[in-house]
Design a protein around this ligand. Structure first.
Ligand SMILES: Cc1ncc(COP(=O)(O)O)c(C=O)c1O
Length: 380
């Protein structure tokens, strides 16, 4: 029999006492602990769903041509990635599914390493374990070269959940060059790319978070590279499970083969919504403005309360820590979580994302304007 499956504890249960504390606030809780969208799904997408609701037959696993062409068009238009072809794209049932099963679908297993970021979305680790492979932290500023240290698959996540740090073209290019010289597959989770807050991005109205598939990053070849993307956040579609993976056509073909057998197909009406969402930039711009406004309210209020926001150049989160030291020691994320819960604000402790996150808390911009205003008021 193979080794038993060991999954990490589900850490959110440990947050319950803090949620109870925050709920006791007389003006109610401001829950910014989870990044679940709260704004209505845009009308244009609800219409697309209604129009596609007559769906008696099975959808295809590979996805409609219209959907795959919409992905290629979006990459060319929004990410400056030309030359992607429909054969290099498949839809996924949200991207968490793909993250959790990618190592398995690539045939990795016992004895293989899967590289994950130092501070990371927990599902990269889970996906390695589901395949019975071994998750290892890989610092992209210090890529491993020694025998026994090279992963079969490396995850990068830019903009990062939870830190909001962005990997620029040079950093990503170094990752690709290293990966190619060691035969490593790179999966790049880019789902916050359209939520980039750096001034040059806002000025140009363009997305500056580079994709792993950008020609300056990969030299125009997608070999060994996969970009993972989700519309949950930018289109308020988390409930639809609308996402896709794109890149190396031979890897995509391998995933498609497994997915066809495993029944991992995106419902037909959701495929129609994905195509509509990727062809309409205006609802994304509106949603980005909502998040930008909330960020501009919360960020200075955190500074006034003595918290320092690190990274957070892009994405849906503020990554905050108590500035300086408390009683000669740096504050732990749990102290900060309690301090905020006493003010009715529920956050995610940074330790949920790895030990290196233990000094920070993560605050999601996914609360209503009214709740964010309350949080800012309490922080001041
Ligand atoms: C970095 C990252 N990847 C993947 C996901 C999963 O998104 P979904 O399954 O909604 O597409 C999330 C969700 O928060 C995330 O933060």
């Amino acid at each position: 029999m193979s080794a038993p499956l060991t999954l990490p504890d589900f850490p959110w249960d440990t947050l319950r006492p803090y949620a109870d504390l925050a709920r006791r606030h007389p003006d109610g809780i401001v829950d910014v602990s989870v990044g679940t969208p709260v704004d209505p799904t845009p009308e244009v997408l609800r219409r697309a769903l209604a129009e596609a609701s007559d769906a008696p037959g099975y959808p295809t696993t590979v996805g409609t041509v219209a959907l795959r062409e919409a992905v290629c068009g979006w990459f060319a238009r929004r990410r400056a990635v030309p030359g992607l072809r429909p054969d290099g794209v498949i839809p996924t049932i949200g991207s968490k599914e793909l993250v959790a099963w990618l190592p398995t679908m690539l045939g990795l297993g016992s004895g293989d390493l899967v590289g994950i970021p130092t501070i990371a979305y927990p599902t990269y680790d889970v996906g390695a374990r589901l395949a019975r492979a071994t998750p290892v932290v890989v610092d992209v500023d210090d890529l491993p070269t020694g025998p026994g240290e090279i992963p079969a698959l490396l995850w990068v996540n830019s903009p990062s959940n939870p830190t909001g740090a962005v990997l620029g073209v040079a950093a990503l290019r170094a990752v690709v060059e290293w990966a190619r010289s060691h035969g490593v597959i790179v999966a790049s989770d880019e789902c916050y790319a359209e939520l980039d807050w750096r001034p040059e991005v806002l000025r140009d109205g363009l997305v500056a978070t580079p994709s792993i598939l950008h020609p300056q990053v990969c030299g125009g070849s997608h070999e060994g590279l996969l970009a993972v993307y989700s519309l949950s956040k930018q289109s308020s579609l988390a409930g639809y499970r609308a996402a896709f993976v794109a890149g190396d056509e031979s890897l995509i073909g391998q995933l498609l083969e497994v997915r066809k057998h495993a029944g991992m197909m995106v419902p037909g009406p959701v495929q129609a919504v994905l195509a509509a969402a990727l062809s309409d930039d205006s609802h994304v711009a509106e949603q980005r403005e909502r998040y930008r406004r909330r960020r501009e309210v919360l960020r200075p209020a955190l500074a006034q309360a003595g918290l320092r926001v690190d990274h957070s150049e892009a994405g849906l989160y503020l990554w905050a820590t108590v500035a300086g030291e408390l009683d000669g020691a740096e504050a732990s994320c749990w102290d900060t979580t309690r301090w905020l819960a006493e003010r009715g604000i529920l956050v995610a402790p940074g330790s949920f994302y790895g030990d290196a996150g233990r000094r920070h808390v993560r605050m999601a911009l996914t609360a209503s304007d009214e709740r964010i205003a309350h949080a800012a008021e309490r922080l001041r």
